[in-house]
Design a protein around this ligand. Structure first.
Ligand code: ADP
Ligand SMILES: Nc1ccn([C@@H]2O[C@H](COP(=O)(O)O)[C@@H](O)[C@H]2O)c(=O)n1
Length: 202
């Protein structure tokens, strides 16, 4: 089994890079685990209270459950991966039955901040895009796909996103084995990661 961790600030292109890697693989060979699925259950809070949460701080993530699930997958066990709603700012009541695969890709802004989880990865990747590029992408995505408006995204960017990125996310670049520059689509880097995976699959 090969476990790959892919980190990087919001909007850097983690999900896009993961999709580019996975598209070339058979679905029985690979499983993708998103850190976003492991935002803590906030059902005890109202929608207004949930919308004020700092979702870019490591405390927002249920790292215990993520670590437990990754260990179980590593042992060959099937897990029930939580399903998250960005519109509701909460986990849904659904879970996704997730089977262990030869290649496991774990992606998320904060996954390299947690030492136990970091140590599970065979390869650590950090996707880099400049902050202005990430903000533009984030604005477009959150307005089109996550039910947000301009003021919400800009306010969140100034109050939590940027300070948390500088404090927690950017420093984890030093743990990366590979840094993928992604201001533009980087097919060369994606091909290199695919080659490494294919070598492990044969
Ligand atoms: N290299 C790129 N150039 C331009 N747009 C990109 C690039 N990579 C991703 N995007 C776009 O930016 C947005 C955020 O990308 P995404 O992969 O969701 O980032 P992340 O998972 O890191 O938050 C998406 O709309 C995606 O299509
Ligand atoms: N309810 C939520 C939960 C998280 N976010 C933001 O998502 C970002 C992480 O996801 P990416 O796909 O962009 O890596 C993070 O920056 C949180 O601010 C949110 O907006 N609402």
């Amino acid at each position: 089994m090969l476990i790959i961790g892919i980190a990087g600030g919001t909007g850097c292109g983690k999900t896009t890079v993961v999709n580019q890697i996975v598209n070339e693989l058979h679905h029985e060979e690979v499983v993708v685990i998103s850190q976003d699925s492991y935002y803590k259950d906030l059902s005890h809070l109202s929608y207004e209270e949930r919308s004020k949460i700092n979702f870019d701080h490591p405390k927002a993530i249920d790292f215990d459950l993520l670590a437990e699930h990754l260990s179980q997958l590593k042992e060959g066990k099937t897990i029930a991966q939580p399903v998250y709603s960005f519109v509701k700012h909460n986990r849904t009541s659904d879970t996704l039955v997730t089977h262990p695969r030869k290649v496991m890709i774990v992606e998320g802004i904060l996954i390299l901040t947690h030492p136990d989880i970091r140590n599970l990865f065979d390869i650590k990747i950090f996707v880099h895009a400049d902050s202005d590029e990430r903000l533009i992408r984030r604005l477009k995505r959150d307005i089109h796909e996550r039910g947000r408006d301009l003021d919400e995204v800009l306010d969140r960017y100034q109050t939590t996103l940027k300070p948390m990125h500088d404090q927690f996310i950017e420093p984890t670049k030093e743990f990366a084995d590979i840094i993928i520059p992604n201001n533009r689509y980087n097919t060369v880097a994606v091909d290199i990661v695919r080659t490494i995976i294919n070598e492990n699959l044969t």
